[in-house]
Design a protein around this ligand. Sequence first.
Ligand code: SF4
Length: 134
Amino acid sequence: MTRSAPLTVLHVPVACCAIEALAAESALAELGVNLVIDTPESADVLVVSGTVTHTMAPTIRALYDRMPSGRRVVAFGVCATTGGPYWDSYSVLQGIDRIIPVDRYVPGCPPRPHALVEAITSLATDVLVPAELA
Ligand code: SF4
């Protein structure tokens, strides 16, 4: 399935990586990608940036469940990917793929903003093909 409508990315900023993700906002906007922090029902991609605790995990799972089918997920930074520097903390989830399927893992502590642009652009080859990204 492909489409040409603008892409909407639901950003869940939970720790320091979020600053880098937000720095990508204008570059993403130029590509027709809208970064939002609400309305999961209209989002195509979920980006989780930062350290996820076990307490936060059900909320992130609930946001994912509210998104339409065909949704994609980006784990931005090593905390979202594996727990990062806090992987052995009693309170930290060792990667969001423990609770939701992940399509793109972006390494780094933190990753550079352009890494998020690349991750989202790469999803254009899956189901999300805005004309600007194709
Ligand atoms: S990966 Fe590094 S920069 Fe990103 S949330 Fe974890 S500690 Fe912070």
